[in-house]
Design a protein. Structure first.
Length: 465
């Protein structure tokens, strides 16, 4: 009988793996039989480290070999990398550090690129969608390297004395030890220090003519004429046979305009950077917030209708839910913003109607819950977010035994909408997940926030711990 217990569990989209306290590696999920020989080889060498990407596990053994076990045979193999000493994994890629001070990037395509580095690997991030295949690596000595089409060479050194590297969908941003910030990637999504704005402007269109098919709606028109061998359709010298010119008078019409603006504030004295899907935000040591990128994910806090700059002073913390940002001010005020949620124009009852959806008049159907609370920064025990909602817990005051207060806001289908819920104990740790949050307390209690029927529900999880 196997009495050994699992000391670590890992998961990707299609399978689970784990390490028992005797050091053996196990795998369960689809196509386990395809990997039996590989697992035996791994356990014979001994497991040093396991990481998981979206669709595969990476295993570093005690003798420095690296194995990939994926959901298909094509991604299940021993890599041609020797003397590995550490590894990191992001969503779809893995980086291996070797004894020879090289970093070898394994892309999800299987391509391997190795480059000399200085320091031990610390953080690996990557871009998505149209910019997929671009990666950035930070070492513990503050050296920042990049791979992909945005790099001049694979493993190119970008900067030194770097403290933090983050990525949104289309750009990278990094914070240096001296409090300055750098960025690269999509220029409108945070790769350059600009922000954009959209508006409607009355545009003048000159009188013109255009070609349209001739309409055969005359009273004496007989459709059988087209079968007459002598029949000739109307001919226009400009438009050609079967077409005619019609005049369009001059007119004014609202047209959607896009403008770009350079930041007029220098990114210095910065202590923290965070990134939404198409923008970045920096929090300075003075408590000011600076944003750049697209207005559709919080990159513009300056322009008319989306101006939050006056609210974003004396800020103590900032988080992103990938759609926008939330901050806590020293006086307890909470500010959440995205910018423009939608902007368009359409014909309604013969009129050309333009409409904007901003933070202050977002449509109800998006299911966004605002933070109608005032926090006490000194009492906050956790402030975190998932991909659509925020969660804040605070110590409850005037209680005979320890309690905490829980609030959540943002998209309701991702765990928002819980207000002033009091629970016993102190918060140990909060784990965000795709559809909510899980809270662990010092009393061994576990609470899970999930969203059945698009309404956030808090349930206590039965446990023996």
């Amino acid at each position: 009988m196997d009495n050994h217990q699992f000391i670590a569990i890992y998961a990707h989209a299609n399978a689970f793996s784990g390490i028992k306290n005797n050091g053996d590696f196990y795998l369960w999920g689809p196509k386990i039989k395809d990997n039996v020989d590989l697992i035996d080889a791994i356990n014979a060498e001994g497991v040093k480290k396991v990481t998981s990407a979206n669709n595969y596990f990476s295993i570093l053994t005690n003798i420095g070999n690296v194995y990939i076990i994926g959901s298909t045979k094509g991604t299940t193999k021993k890599l041609t990398i020797d003397n590995g000493i550490d590894m990191l994994t992001s969503e779809s890629s893995t980086i291996i550090q070797t004894e020879e001070d090289k970093a070898c990037l394994i892309e999800d395509s299987g391509k391997i690129s190795c480059s000399d580095i200085q320091g031990d690997i610390k953080n690996l991030v990557e871009l998505k969608y149209d910019y997929k295949g671009n990666y950035a690596l930070l070492t513990d000595q503050g050296n920042l390297y990049r791979w992909g089409k945005l790099a001049k060479a694979q493993g190119e050194l970008v900067s030194q004395n770097v403290e933090t590297i983050i990525a949104n969908d289309s750009a990278f941003a990094f914070l240096k030890l001296d409090g300055t910030v750098g960025a690269w990637g999509s220029r409108t999504q945070g790769g350059e220090f600009i922000y954009d704005y959209y508006s409607f402007e009355q545009t003048y269109f000159k009188a013109s003519k255009k070609c349209v098919p001739v309409k055969n709606d005359e009273p004496n028109y007989d459709s059988s004429d087209i079968y007459d061998p002598d029949y000739e359709p109307a001919y226009d010298p400009v438009c050609g046979r079967g077409y005619e010119q019609v005049s369009i008078p001059a007119y004014y019409s609202p047209e959607k305009k896009h403008s770009e603006h350079k930041l007029d504030t220098e990114l210095t004295n910065v202590k923290k950077i965070v990134g939404a899907s198409g923008s970045f935000a920096a929090l300075t040591l003075d408590g000011d917030v600076i944003t750049w990128g697209t207005i559709f994910s919080g990159g513009n806090i300056y322009s008319d209708k989306v101006n939050h700059a006056n609210d974003l002073t004396n800020i103590v913390d900032i988080k992103t839910n990938t759609n926008g940002y939330s901050t806590i001010r020293q006086d307890g005020d909470i500010t959440s913003w995205q910018g423009i949620w939608d902007i368009a124009a359409e014909i309604q009852f013969g009129e050309y109607i333009k409409y904007y959806y901003y933070d202050q008049n977002r449509p109800s159907h998006v299911g966004f819950s605002d933070a109608f609370i005032k926090a006490s920064p000194d009492s906050v025990t956790s402030f975190t977010s998932n991909e659509g909602a925020y969660l804040l817990t605070e110590k409850a005051k005037r209680e005979s035994s320890p309690h905490f207060i829980l609030n959540s806001w943002g998209f309701k289908e991702l765990g928002a909408g819980l207000t002033n819920i009091k629970l016993p104990g102190k918060v140990d740790i909060v784990f965000p997940h795709k559809t909510g949050f899980t809270i662990y307390t010092d009393q061994g209690h576990i609470y899970n926030i999930d969203v059945p029927n698009e309404i956030a529900v808090l349930k206590k999880v039965e446990t023996t711990i």
